[in-house]
Design a protein around this ligand. Structure first.
Ligand code: G3I
Length: 376
């Protein structure tokens, strides 16, 4: 065992991770996340291209994860900030990293109301474009972006967060909806299927495990299919709280309800927030004022609570292992999480599996244990 530990320490050190040779898993020879779940499901993270310049982080990704999602770099605002002026530098860097390291790339996202340039669906004054102009812009965007990464992404979040959070409204009132009408979703799925016929096509949203939004999401799946679209999976983002929401029962019911519609389920943006907040889900504009209770590390009792919660959630995924085809963490280590700025700006948050020193937290162990029990 000592020999193995020394050999691994040398190898790991050789990949620029000399700060991590004390890493318990490497020394005990226990499986990494990707080894634990090999051949059964995919386990991923989200990155911005500049994160890949950090050799310790790159090594962690290569060791633990089988997929990567671009956290921001494939979004419309990033790749086409001005009409016809594309910038693929950051997205290419992530795609190249994936290609070079045998990591599967997930495309996020072709259509979203946030981080989207105005010109796609509105004029300079904010008025909706004529339907045919908006459709032409939508097609041009999807052709260019999905076309560029054809054969390199395993799937696209074709449309993100199009369902309304309001009880009496079905679709979110977005620039795309106002310019094109409700069939903008079907058109986006059709354009994406044409641009990269081999890519899977996903609809991705937050809080769509909640009964009301889940019902709307099922309505959407049925409407898309009735319109002749291929929908391969529903993404349940999973920006969840450590306490109170959602119950594991709710998550289990949602996975089963989507599976009954004949689609796969992916947990696409998982984090578990150990800090108190009012906002459920991930409405991007939500802002709250609150204290920053753990500016350094999470205390041990909180670490244990977080581990218990992660373990319970992954137990649900593992038991639905024939349906849950990917789990992606929204970030990598805690220092790289959007939760440090949402819904409270500038908090030190701790919602992922690795701490700021890249070390696995108790939650990592809880997750790995469940991944090893994956039922296929
Ligand atoms: O790049 C600029 C930088 O130049 C500027 O100095 C800085 C000042 O605030 O902002 C930087 O842009 C930020 C960007 O992340 C990159 O760091 C934006 O302000 C910030 O709003 C943006 O947040 C992203 C958010 O989507 C935007 O809507 C988060 O990183 C990203 O994690 C988050 O991801 C979304 C998913 O795409 C969809 N589901 C919900 C999820 C969480 O909101």
């Amino acid at each position: 065992m000592l020999k193995v530990a020394v050999l691994l320490a040398v190898l790991v050190g050789g990949f620029g991770m000399s700060g991590m040779v004390g890493y318990a898993e490497t020394q005990t020879g226990a499986k990494t996340l990707k080894e634990a779940v090999a051949g059964k499901t995919l386990i991923g993270g989200a990155v911005m291209s500049n994160h890949l310049d950090d050799p310790k982080l790159a090594a962690l990704i290569k060791r633990e994860l089988t997929t990567l999602t671009g956290e921001n770099d494939f979004k419309p605002q990033s790749v086409q900030p001005e009409k016809g002026k594309f910038n693929f530098e950051a997205a290419d860097k992530i795609a190249d990293f994936c290609d070079q390291n045998g990591i599967k790339l997930v495309g996020h996202t072709l259509v979203w109301h946030s981080q989207a340039p105005r010109f796609l669906f509105e004029d300079d004054a904010g008025k909706p474009l004529a339907r045919d102009v908006a459709l032409a812009n939508l097609k041009a965007h999807i052709d260019a972006v999905a076309g560029r990464y054809k054969g390199r992404v395993i799937g696209w979040d074709v449309v993100n967060e199009a369902i309304s959070d309001s009880p009496n409204e079905y679709l979110r009132n977005t620039p795309a909806l106002r310019a094109i009408g409700p069939d903008y979703l079907a058109m986006a799925f059709k354009y994406a299927a044409q641009a990269d016929p081999g890519a899977e096509l996903y609809y991705n949203d937050y809080s769509n495990e909640n009964k009301e939004k889940r019902d709307k999401c099922i309505r959407l799946i049925r409407e898309l299919k009735a319109a002749g679209c291929r929908v391969d999976a529903i993404g349940i983002q999973g920006h969840w709280m450590m306490e109170g929401w959602p119950s594991t029962q709710l998550v289990d019911e949602a996975i089963k309800a989507y599976a009954a519609e004949g689609v796969k389920v992916m947990i696409t943006e998982l984090d578990v927030d150990p800090l108190p907040r009012q906002t459920q889900g991930a409405a991007v504009d939500a802002r709250e004022q609150a204290a920053n209770p753990y500016p350094k590390d999470l205390p041990p009792d909180m670490q244990e609570k977080l581990a218990k919660r992660y373990g319970e959630l992954f137990e649900v995924f593992a038991k639905n292992g024939n349906v849950v085809s990917r789990i992606t963490l929204w970030g990598t280590h805690d220092g790289m999480s959007w939760l440090n700025n949402w819904p409270v700006r500038g908090r030190t948050n701790h919602g992922l599996l690795w701490d700021r020193a890249y070390n696995p937290k108790p939650a990592y162990e809880a997750v790995r244990k469940q991944l090893e029990r994956w039922e296929k």
